[in-house]
Design a protein around this ligand. Structure first.
Ligand SMILES: [Zn+2]
Length: 338
């Protein structure tokens, strides 16, 4: 068994992946046909080629078309099912999925659709998910407040956190004081993106203002040693998405990615795929690419998985149950690897 075989076979957890950004070409074709939305190609191959990451405006264009193809709860259920199929194929048993709710559908119908997909995934595939409902930071304050209300209404029905995604520049969490006050009062936690396209000040806002329990990306903390020290002491988990960072030019190449420096600094690092088909990756690929580029061995790879599992927002008993199962499987994989 090679290291790549080990990575393919191992049980995984994913903390940072977007539902809309996970739409595979075949799924997009189905949704577009269903809703009569024209696409630049009507073949899977053609869509795959069109998906190939070029630059940020092209990425935004694709994202926009995906969102236009989601018009009904049935579309959301299809997206959810196909997402879980992709996770199951990679042995990702549990995902904390970031979901940006469209405003034109009642949220309870959206959540019911996601939960139908989840129930199917649990029965048919043996995988499951919970949701981080996110505010796209470019949206108006009122919309942010609405999404916070929606997220709160979904507590106990799969929603585990409020996220904050979208363009980081000029859109700090301070833009949404009411939304953050609401979730705090309701006891819903916050997992914002920060420190991706904006530096340390964005991470400080995420920690201080948005009470982040984990950080989406967070890689730019390295620009500020005092912040690194705070993150290290508090062991705030970073949801690092290496290929996404290369595509969106947070770093120029994977070789120059700060992942090894984050680890050397004693920070809490997890590996994630963000918007995998759009960045021509998968979580499995992220593990392989990082292992190849940075020379990670099986022990380091296993630790990434177990570290991710440890900071999931799951009840302690469920987490312990998963950890036991994962440890047994890793022990078995180690014997086959040697
Ligand atoms: Zn993201």
């Amino acid at each position: 068994m090679t290291l790549h075989d080990f990575i393919r076979a191992m049980p995984k957890v994913e903390l940072h992946v977007h539902l809309q950004g996970s739409t595979r070409p075949e799924t997009l074709l189905k949704l577009a046909q269903r809703n009569n939305i024209p696409l630049p190609s009507d073949t899977v191959e053609g869509i795959r080629e069109w998906y190939t990451f070029r630059d940020f405006p092209h990425f935004v264009e694709i994202y926009g078309i995906i969102c236009r193809c989601i018009q009904s709860p049935d579309d959301i259920e299809l997206l959810g099912r196909e997402f879980l199929e992709g996770q199951a194929a990679q042995n990702i048993r549990y995902t904390e999925l970031t979901y940006t709710p469209p405003r034109y559908l009642p949220f309870d119908e959206q959540l019911d659709a996601l939960n139908r997909a989840r129930a199917w995934g649990e029965t048919a595939l043996g995988v499951t998910m919970n949701y981080i409902v996110d505010i796209p930071r470019e949206c108006e304050v009122e919309v942010g407040n609405l999404i916070a209300d929606w997220a709160i209404s979904g507590m106990g029905k799969g929603v585990i956190a409020l996220g904050l995604g979208g363009p980081e520049v000029d859109n700090p969490p301070e833009k949404y004081p009411e939304a953050y006050a609401k979730i705090k009062a309701a006891g819903l936690i916050s997992i914002p993106h920060a420190g991706e396209t904006v530096g340390p000040e964005s991470i400080r806002s995420a920690l201080k203002f948005a009470d982040a329990v984990r950080l989406g990306h967070g890689v730019r903390c390295l620009e500020d040693p005092a912040l690194v020290e705070e993150l290290r002491q508090r062991q705030i988990p970073l949801e690092v998405c290496p290929t996404s960072n290369v595509c969106l030019k947070v770093v120029d190449t994977l070789e120059n990615h700060p992942l090894p420096r984050l680890l050397e600094a004693g920070l809490y690092v997890t590996l994630n795929s963000d918007d995998p088909p759009m960045f021509n990756t998968t979580l499995t690929e992220e593990y392989m690419r990082c292992a190849d580029t940075f020379g990670f061995d099986t022990a380091r790879i296993e630790q990434f998985v177990m570290d991710a599992l440890r900071v999931t927002i799951l009840p302690a008993d469920r987490k312990a149950q998963l950890a036991n199962a994962y440890q047994a499987e890793f022990a078995d994989l180690r014997t086959r690897y040697l």
